[in-house]
Ligand binder design. Structure first.
Ligand code: SF4
Length: 476
């Protein structure tokens, strides 16, 4: 891509060719000149779309009717349509976000996940003929088998393919695919395998295509990351790209400006006043059992790091609690201290781990028996959640609101900061951690707030992003 202050019409044959089909693997970067304002507008719109996908993915079953309807209407609202004249925007905006989201592993993971979900939705919306065309255009030379072959293999196909239960084989297209292209389906024994080929029902072909898309995108992001030094040397783009990436996965709370501003003695009282429910629960379990399992140590340890505990304080905090239980100091130093240093980027790959967002808490590593990590609003039985909230003296009306709420995107450390602001305490913290974030004072007692509110927050945030980006370009 080239950037100029004025947009020029510039279409090569291959570019036109790319837009013939509604869907693409984004194998070729756009070659035209675009204006900075278009660059910015496209990027913000795609982020809006990806953010919607993220929100919908935790509120609805993917590809369910509601999910599809909402995604369709958001795509329309943002002008990401299937019409050929709109495909340019889709193409360019994807590549802009590659630049913004290739910068760290977390950003790459987030971007790949949303793009794969968008791709899944779009692929699913294609007419069967368009699907086949897409496969062929992208050298996935899979063909459907003939009616005769289907009849001959009927029993085998029905018995081996979950997807066809309830649907007659005659109504179903089957693709013949080399087995090495469908290892996931072979591994999970979901397909009929014969002479090096698997026979994949129409619905399952998406698995293959998605795997391919994910792999290509992951490689492409790694390659894009290598070109970052060149991009960063462009002073017009660097702040914009950084802003774009932060605007949508949110602040990562890894900035350690406030290290040492909290004393260990303050933690008990802070946990009652300013910790979200998940952290309060972890703190209480730690105090009661003098132990937390790995998932809990990671979730709580990174949260404490984010609110300002230094490595030395963290070691002291965990050691003093663990040795009150069954772990002696020697065992602590051998078995646990390493992982705490690891969390702070002092061991292993020396990754400076960031505190978990609500999304990460909710979607990864669900708690099992004996675990105390996770999000109580998502992982606790409603009755148990009610009891916990009563225990923490949440009013009955507050509790009933929690029961009605669905999911919104928050961050436990953001909750902590906002709570400190509301309480007017932690003035030092407030000054040090003065990060522009939307207000969500009540989220922990209210639970994950309603999805419409999430959308409103996202729009508000977008408006802010756009304003800031506008002023950036005016200043530049
Ligand atoms: S919504 Fe977020 S902050 Fe609140 S309890 Fe769940 S994970 Fe913790």
């Amino acid at each position: 891509m080239q950037f100029s202050s004025r947009r020029k019409k510039y279409n090569t044959n291959s570019q036109t060719e790319l837009y013939l089909h509604p869907l693409q693997f984004y194998g070729q970067p756009p070659l035209e000149n675009i204006s900075l304002s278009e660059f910015e507008a496209f990027a913000v719109d795609r982020l809006k779309l990806l953010k919607t996908i993220e929100n919908l993915g935790v509120s609805y079953v993917k590809l369910s009717e509601q999910y599809t309807k909402k995604l369709e209407s958001e795509s329309k609202a943002l002008n990401f349509l299937y019409r050929p004249d709109k495909r340019r925007k889709d193409h360019i905006s994807h590549f802009i976000l590659r630049l913004a989201y290739c910068q760290t592993e977390d950003l790459r993971r987030w971007f790949i996940q949303q793009e794969v979900d968008l791709f899944r939705y779009r692929f699913n919306e294609l007419h069967p003929k368009q699907k086949l065309e897409f496969l062929h255009r992208n050298n996935l030379q899979y063909d459907t088998i003939s009616v005769e072959e289907k009849k001959a293999l009927q029993d085998k196909l029905v018995n081996s393919s979950y997807a066809v239960s309830g649907i007659t084989v005659e109504d179903q297209d089957f693709y013949k695919v080399p087995f090495q292209d469908a290892l996931d389906l072979v591994r999970t024994r979901k397909v009929y395998l014969k002479a090096g080929y698997v026979f994949i029902p129409h619905q399952d072909i998406v698995t293959i295509v998605l795997n391919d898309f994910r792999t290509r995108l992951s490689k492409a992001l790694a390659l894009t990351a290598r070109s970052l030094p060149a991009v960063h040397s462009d002073e017009r783009l660097q702040p914009l790209l950084n802003h774009l990436s932060h605007a949508y996965v949110g602040q990562d709370y890894s900035i350690q400006k406030n290290v040492g501003k909290i004393s260990l003695e303050q933690i008990d009282s802070l946990s009652g006043k300013s910790f979200p429910l998940c952290m309060r629960q972890l703190h209480q379990s730690l105090r009661e059992n003098h132990h937390l399992r790995h998932g809990g140590r990671m979730q709580y340890g990174l949260f404490l790091k984010g609110i300002g505990l230094s490595l030395e304080q963290a070691l002291q905090f965990w050691r003093s609690e663990f040795i009150r239980g069954k772990v002696d100091a020697d065992k602590f130093d051998k078995a646990y201290a390493y992982s705490i240093r690891h969390m702070f980027g002092k061991e292993g790959k020396r990754t400076d781990y960031t505190p978990y967002s609500c999304m990460k808490v909710i979607l990864s590593n669900p708690p099992s028996q004996g675990d105390h990590h996770g999000c109580p609003f998502r992982h606790s039985e409603p009755e148990l959640l009610k009891q916990k909230l009563q225990f923490y003296k949440v009013s009955p009306s507050g509790i009933s609101q929690v029961g009605d709420a669905s999911f919104s995107l928050n961050h436990p450390n953001q909750y902590f900061i906002e709570s400190q602001k509301v309480l007017g305490g932690g003035k030092d913290l407030k000054r040090e951690m003065d990060i522009p974030q939307r207000s969500q004072e009540n989220s922990a007692t209210r639970g994950p707030s309603a999805a419409p509110e999430a959308a409103a927050n996202a729009s508000q945030e977008l408006a802010e992003v756009t304003e800031e980006l506008d002023s950036f370009f005016q200043d530049a």
